[in-house]
Design a protein around this ligand. Structure first.
Ligand code: NDP
Length: 291
């Protein structure tokens, strides 16, 4: 079994981007500028946004964090996004999800100008992705493609089973991995909570991708020996060795599955850091510096 080390690859990509930043500085070109909007006090969202801002600092590009109160109105948030859309010094805008229940995430996400949509969530970019046109790709699926490419995992003709059909992970991945492209050319099965015979589907996968949000959901009995397993899940569970604290586990029972598969991503250290690297690549892309 080979570990797909997202942390190491993300580090390499960030070093490369830091060199690009140096070149931009020498050429007196504007540095990419990412603005992250964080609404409310969700602990996990704070952690994710902090790591995105830190990553911008590591590669030397500009970043701004706008923090808004939990009870901010839709009007006020829309206005904030409009101002950023109109500001030529801002290249990328990120609206950290989930939003508090009174705010319509879909409407607000689509209010971000598509050309500043570093998350690739805008329907214009989703449409471009579907048609194979250049656009920022959703960061987590993009990060997974980079990981598959780096480790030269064969995908052509393989059966890829994705568990989870969210707009940000499973569904875009199903589009990307079925493209006539590398990584891609998979025969894709997209599963969800209504799928019958889920274990049978999973067991038939050469490439199994879990994006469910349920700790240790994928058991060894659901994995074909020799399969490549990508674990997108980030679940906080109580840490029995440190009462009152938590630890992160994926959607895959790593200890049981690792011995039977050919490749697997750890949690943490797999898909998460690749999502950050992909976000940075998207920020360079929307700033006009495709890598
Ligand atoms: P969502 O909650 O939006 O989607 C979960 C999906 O899993 C849904 O399609 C749901 O089906 C499906 N599902 C839930 N229960 C079952 C079940 N028993 N059997 C089969 N399918 C099931 O989650 P996200 O896609 O946003 O995130 C998934 C996980 O990935 C989370 O742990 C999240 O924290 C993590 N994540 C990690 C990222 C990273 O960078 N590593 C980035 C984004 C997310 P249905 O549609 O029918 O409800």
């Amino acid at each position: 079994m080979q570990l797909l080390d997202g942390r190491a690859l993300s580090g390499q990509l960030q070093q490369k981007l830091a060199r690009v930043t140096e070149t931009l500085k020498q050429q007196d070109k504007p540095l990419p500028h990412l603005v992250a909007i964080l609404v409310g006090n969700d602990a996990a969202s704070h952690t994710y946004v902090r790591s995105k801002i830190k990553a911008c600092e590591r590669v030397g590009i500009r970043s701004t964090l706008i923090r808004l109160e939990e009870n901010v109105s839709e009007f006020s948030l829309t206005d904030t996004i409009s101002r950023l859309n109109a500001d030529p010094s801002v290249h990328g805008i990120l609206l950290q999800l989930p939003l508090p229940p009174h705010l319509p995430a879909d409407v607000l996400t689509h209010h971000i100008a598509p050309e500043k949509d570093v998350d690739g969530f805008h329907f214009i970019n989703a449409g471009k992705m579907l048609k194979g046109l250049p656009c920022p790709l959703p960061a987590t699926p993009y990060g997974i493609l980079l990981l598959l490419e780096h480790y030269r995992i064969e995908t052509s003709g393989k059966h890829c089973v994705i568990v989870g059909r969210s707009d940000i992970v499973g569904r875009p991945l199903s589009v990307l991995l079925s493209r006539n492209h590398y990584p891609g050319n998979c025969t894709v099965t997209l599963c969800h909570s209504k799928s019958e015979n889920l274990s049978d589907h999973c067991r038939s996968a050469d490439l199994l991708i879990a994006a469910i949000g349920k700790p240790n959901f994928i058991q060894a009995s659901m994995v074909k020996p020799g399969a490549t397993v990508i674990d997108v899940g980030i679940n906080r569970i109580a840490d029995s060795s440190h009462p009152g604290s938590f630890r992160l586990v994926g959607d895959v029972d790593f200890n049981a599955v690792a011995p039977i598969c050919s490749h697997i991503t750890p949690v943490p250290g797999g898909v998460g850091p690749m999502t950050i690297a992909a976000l940075l690549l998207n920020t360079f892309y929307v700033a006009g510096y495709p890598q």
